[in-house]
Design a protein around this ligand. Sequence first.
Ligand SMILES: C[S@@+](CC[C@H](N)C(=O)[O-])C[C@H]1O[C@@H](n2cnc3c(N)ncnc32)[C@H](O)[C@@H]1O
Length: 214
Amino acid sequence: MEDLETWLERVYDSDGDHAKLNRLYNEWADDYDQQLWASGNPYIAIATGFAGRHIQNFDAAILDAGCGTGNMAQILNQMGYRSIDGLDPSEGMLKIARNKNIYQSLHRLYLDAEINLLDASYDAIVAAGVLTHGHAPPESLDGMLKIVKTDGVIIFSLSEIAYNDYGFASKMAELENNHSWALLDRSNLFRTYPFSNREAHLRHWVYAYRKTVN
Ligand SMILES: C[S@@+](CC[C@H](N)C(=O)[O-])C[C@H]1O[C@@H](n2cnc3c(N)ncnc32)[C@H](O)[C@@H]1O
């Protein structure tokens, strides 16, 4: 089994190439859960904490965007949330997610400015580990705002690199300035992989926003 750092190196090497990244996640899928939890990455813990704080209704229609193998939804399901859909481009990851029997529907789609799902159809969207270099671009935030209802909640982890160097800072400021959304919560900056010296530079936040009428 390749170790976490080798997989991460392949993620960085794919450098935004959809086909390469997809192939990689298809190959990683079987070992992904064990390596994610062993990595000590806290983003799912914080994002599910924010969900508990900001999504009061257990019947809320939630989209787990970039759901991967379903780790975030598994915790949400264990917390009592009953209506969760998932979206991910990797069939290998979706296959593991499907076998967990926690999703109402799973969609093989990318996050982008145009997400091919019904407008204003979700009460909340969660996205863990997806808004980062080479994965979903800043325009994904437009797509999420399109499919979430007014007053709906969007919770996502965001890498420091994506915020500073890949256009998220300006996109997030634009959405705040044009009153598309309002900030509900932001975690402290935390180390993404606390046990890895090689990844010591990598840090994330978790954010929660509410969609406002603009
Ligand atoms: C680091 S994994 C996170 C999976 C899951 N959310 C978790 O926390 O366990 C990133 C996932 O994002 C998916 N992904 C990559 N690019 C994407 C995009 N543009 N839109 C949606 N998902 C994407 C990958 O297929 C992969 O399953």
